[in-house]
Design a protein around this ligand. Structure first.
Ligand SMILES: Cc1cc2nc3c(=O)[nH]c(=O)nc-3n(C[C@H](O)[C@H](O)[C@H](O)COP(=O)(O)OP(=O)(O)OC[C@H]3O[C@@H](n4cnc5c(N)ncnc54)[C@H](O)[C@@H]3O)c2cc1C
Length: 392
């Protein structure tokens, strides 16, 4: 029998994340969001407090002091953090999924080298760097066909890394980057690899921080690699393990994105509902005008139905042969639902909806970002379509 009730442990961790979002994240947003210097917007005090509560290290294997937690638990936390602020949730999520990738693909030596210092440093965040100026959607749609410009050229005892990545989340703060690159010499279908590149590597430069209208408390950066010398031992996984892990990585990443978008949608619904229960027009509360009340009914239904799909997709990841397309479906639908809910939330507030003094406009901006990160809507649908054609 399928159950939607949470275990005591899951309820406790979700409540912990909710209280943290309410007390530590929400109060700092309005002051921080519009600071001119993007590096000053990073709420390090929140990252540190969240780390102390364990949110940064939830995907670290238990033998290194983490929780090795399931995706179903993780998305409860991410939704609450995003209810606080999407940018803050993204800082944690980018790190959590990068750690999970290392936990899955890394050797015992790599994990023993990395995880103790990661556990100790409450400001240790990570990045996954795939996207390049010339390769965005194509790398997500057909990873096996696209040869990235970033090159890892094999020397006798090291890799020489050259290239540029852009739009990279946590790019200006990460202490470790997982860089996807084309191997040289290319060995038939075994052409790509992932290198673990520490921030202090000579030749690594944060060449630009992109300004953006959403997720403003997290940074996206352009990173250049010029003749970076990376030890051979920093290669992550084998060509077989990387190929097997890749669809699982994207599925989980899409589900996490979906959960975060529903945190934003819920926050928008709640703020609009509060407004609509107070605001009087034509002698009654605006929510009692059927035209407005029906919009709330629609918003609530969208949130509940999308959440059910996300839970179904998360459950699927724990099956021995997961249907990967459920991750794409969850992300696609969450982006649509979140944007629609946030747009309606702004609309039902009349003029107040777009005033900066109300958070509704921020939720709308944040919800828009879901159409652009972790695969666009078109690419996400194409991935679903391709899996139907291939029956996979
Ligand atoms: C906030 C944010 C965070 C990000 N974080 C990271 C990160 O941490 N690491 C990382 O590696 N990347 C990151 N990205 C990059 C992100 O994955 C890409 O921006 C995204 O995949 C789209 O690629 P693109 O920007 O090059 O757009 P393009 O690929 O140029 O797409 C432009 C338009 O063309 C459409 N299109 C492209 N190809 C096709 C096709 N074959 N068929 C139909 N339509 C198509 C797209 O749907 C889109 O509408 C981030 C992006 C954002 C906005």
């Amino acid at each position: 029998m399928i159950s939607f009730s949470l275990s005591d442990e899951d309820s406790a961790i979700r409540d912990l994340a909710h209280n943290f979002a309410e007390k530590e994240i929400r109060p700092i947003i309005s002051d921080r969001e519009w600071l001119q210097d993007p590096t000053k917007r990073i709420p390090w005090e929140v990252v540190e407090e969240g780390s102390k509560l364990g949110f940064r290290t939830m995907t670290v294997p238990t033998e290194f002091g983490g929780l090795d937690c399931s995706l179903s638990t993780l998305i409860l936390v991410l939704e609450e953090l995003s209810w606080g602020d999407l940018g803050v949730a993204i800082i944690f999520e980018q790190t959590l999924k990068t750690v999970r990738r290392i936990a899955r693909l890394g050797s015992i030596e790599q994990k023993s080298d990395l995880f103790p210092s990661f556990m100790k440093n409450n400001r240790y965040v990570m990045s996954g760097a795939v996207t390049e100026p010339a390769h965005g959607s194509d790398k997500i749609l057909a990873p096996a066909r696209v040869r990235l410009e970033t090159r890892a050229t094999r020397n006798a005892d090291e890799w020489i890394l050259n290239g540029t990545k852009h739009f990279i989340t946590n790019g200006s703060e990460a202490l470790l980057f997982l860089v996807t690159a084309t191997k040289e010499p290319v060995e038939d279908d075994n052409w790509w690899t992932i290198l673990m590149v520490p921030r202090e590597t000579e030749g690594l430069e944060i060449s630009r921080i992109h300004e953006k209208i959403a997720q403003r408390l997290s940074n996206n950066a352009e990173i250049s690699f010029t003749d970076c010398r990376i030890p051979l031992k920093n290669e992550l996984g084998t060509s077989d393990s990387r190929r097997l892990e890749s669809p699982r990585f994207w599925m989980e990443s899409n589900i996490e994105a979906a959960a975060m978008m529903m945190g934003t949608a819920r926050a928008a619904l709640e703020s609009a509902l509060y407004f609509a229960r107070e605001r009087i027009q034509s002698g009654k509360r605006i929510i009692e005008h059927q035209a407005v009340g029906l919009m709330f009914a629609e918003m609530k239904t969208m949130i509940e139905s999308t959440n059910a799909l996300i839970l179904r997709a998360a459950w699927e990841t724990e099956q021995p042969r997961p249907e990967y397309k459920l991750g794409s479906m969850a992300k696609y639908q969450a982006a649509e639902s979140s944007f629609t809910v946030c747009r309606k939330a702004v609309e039902v507030m009349g003029g107040s909806g777009i005033m900066m003094e109300h958070p509704a406009q921020k939720y709308l901006r944040d919800s828009l970002s879901a159409f652009h990160f972790d695969g666009t809507q078109q690419i996400t649908l194409l991935r679903i379509m391709n899996s139907l054609i291939d029956n996979s």
